[in-house]
Design a protein around this ligand. Structure first.
Ligand code: FAD
Ligand code: NAD
Length: 449
């Protein structure tokens, strides 16, 4: 049973307080958390007013349901009565009312494309639109047939992605060394370009291979991709993990890390592209992470395709890279560090300022210190907000004094990028301080939902 505390919700640090683009969410009333919504949907209460009947909805009919206590919204051709959900909507009632009595697909996609509305709102389903709007084909389900080639190929194939050019090279090997008369033909829905906005998130089921403690509350999860799957999450991007919790699909974003810091200590065990790693902090009273923590080796988790707005081009001609990370806000910095130190020729300096509560909370501390020792361009500073009296490093929260000391360019006019990620108040405060220190918008990248 999930034990969700009842004080102010969402908690100040909860992701449920932040929407896409860093939009703040409204505080929800007592008893209106996501878990409370799940409970209501399981209570057997008639949430549509149609006693389980599904109807065909005309545009005229849809338009009539445009009030708070009678509000229907169409998403991808399906109509939902969202009135019962109003008070549970983390973005607030007014935000939901923007789509009242109309097709809210575009609005929904702009704000939170990744939210698993089908599962969350299944008890609110009124029916389908009578005249179906263009519904994008469902690309989300795992396809059994893997290719439309005329002959068999080996299961192993290689994919090379040149991120900064956008080139993808796929090398398939024939199973039998014979000459092929024809290549085959593309499968349905293949060999075409679909605008990203028209596709739902595609999930594949990945198997939990290992789960190792990294700190007292953070674990490194290794997931194995299904056979013949290639998933390369670009630097700075995240994926969504999906689990079914008490019958409802719950989705949360996580940023995969690479094992370059780990391989300092271990032989590179799982080198090929079959595995994906996550550093995840377990919140005992959280909704998703305790479920993740309870998974056994061999269990499955659904993993989406990547999303995010960080672009590798932001590294172009970069000379100084400053990383400001707090807690698990360190996760995007792992791949950034690896990429920067290996792929940016003119890079002079990479500095990480890593904010945590206590020494025990610091993720991969010795690995980072070892990297700083090995690579003279890299430097790391730890700042603790709740240290013990023995700590003789830096203390406190993000502040003008800490930043102005830390953010020293290697040359007066060197090209700089500052990446910042952590709890929302940390990131918001950091951005304000960086602007006060005269760093321009182009010199700052903040990671938000
Ligand atoms: P939540 O249910 O969201 O709870 C979070 C906190 O709120 C906990 O402290 C919990 O105790 C408290 N809380 C919950 N319910 C209540 C209540 N009713 N009253 C009071 N307090 C309550 N995290 C990682 O660990 N690793 C990553 O790589 C990572 N990448 C991310 C990438 C992105 C783009 C974003 C936006 C977030 C990322 N996160 C990452 C955070 C992650 O998505 C989740 O927010 C986090 O794992 C918490 O999820 P949860 O459901 O377990 O906790
Ligand atoms: P935490 O509670 O352990 O705090 C770590 C440090 O953050 C603190 O020591 C402090 O220095 C700073 N901090 C915390 N609250 C602050 C406040 N109100 N004002 C100023 N500074 C503050 O952190 P955590 O539990 O590891 O949380 C990490 C956060 O990072 C989560 O909210 C998670 O969603 C977010 N995250 C975001 C992404 C992304 O890409 N957007 C990726 C990973 C993690």
């Amino acid at each position: 049973m999930l034990n969700v505390p009842s004080q102010s919700f969402p908690a100040p640090s909860s992701q449920q307080r932040v929407a896409s683009g860093g939009r703040s969410k409204v505080p929800l009333k007592q008893g209106r958390s996501l878990m409370d919504w799940i409970r209501l949907t399981k209570s057997g209460k008639d949430l549509t007013g149609l006693r389980g009947r599904l109807i065909e909805v005309t545009e005229e009919e849809l338009k009539k349901h445009n009030k708070k206590d009678d509000c229907w919204i169409c998403i991808r051709g399906f109509v939902y009565n969202v009135s019962p959900y109003m008070e549970y909507h983390p973005g607030g009632e007014d935000e939901l009312m923007r789509a009242a009595g109309s097709d809210g697909t575009d609005l929904f996609d702009q704000v939170h494309r990744w939210v698993n509305y089908e599962s969350m709102l299944k008890e609110c389903l009124v029916g389908r639109m009578a005249i179906k709007p263009a519904v994008p084909k469902d690309y989300r389900e795992e396809k059994k047939v893997l290719n439309g080639l005329s002959h068999e190929i080996q299961e192993d194939f290689s994919v090379r992605v040149v991120e900064n050019v956008g080139k993808i090279e796929i090398v398939l090997k024939k199973k039998e060394n014979t000459s092929w008369k024809r290549l085959g033909h593309p499968l349905e829905n293949h060999n075409l370009l679909i605008p990203k906005k028209d596709t739902g998130l595609y999930y594949r089921k990945c198997q939990l291979i290992s789960k190792e403690g990294v700190t007292h509350d953070t674990k490194l999860f290794c997931l194995m991709l299904p056979p013949s799957t290639h998933l390369q999450v670009p630097v700075g991007q995240h994926v969504y993990l999906k689990l079914t919790i008490t019958g409802t699909e719950i989705v949360k974003p996580y940023t995969p890390v690479c094992d370059f810091l780990l391989s300092e200590f271990k032989e590179p065990v799982l080198l090929n592209n079959k595995y994906i790693y996550f550093l995840i902090k377990i919140y005992p009273a959280g909704l998703f992470t305790p479920e993740l923590d309870h998974l056994h080796i061999g269990d499955f988790v659904s993993v989406s395709n990547p999303e995010g707005n960080f672009k590798i081009s932001q590294f172009r001609e970069l000379e100084d890279l400053f990383l400001l990370a707090a807690g698990t806000g360190f996760t995007p910095m792992v791949k950034i560090l690896n990429y920067a130190l290996t792929n940016i020729p003119g890079l002079r300096k990479v500095k990480l300022m890593f904010f945590n509560k206590t020494e025990d909370d610091i993720i991969w501390r010795s690995q980072l210190e070892k990297l700083a020792f090995k690579d003279k361009r890299f430097d790391v500073e730890f700042v603790l907000s709740a240290p013990t009296s023995e700590w003789n490093g830096k203390r406190g929260y993000i502040s003008p004094a800490l930043l102005s000391q830390f953010l020293k360019r290697s040359l007066d006019n060197s090209r700089v990028l500052i990446c910042i990620c952590g709890p929302t108040p940390f990131t918001e405060q950091g951005i304000r301080l960086l602007h006060d220190l005269n760093f321009s918008k182009d010199e700052i990248h903040s990671f938000t939902a």
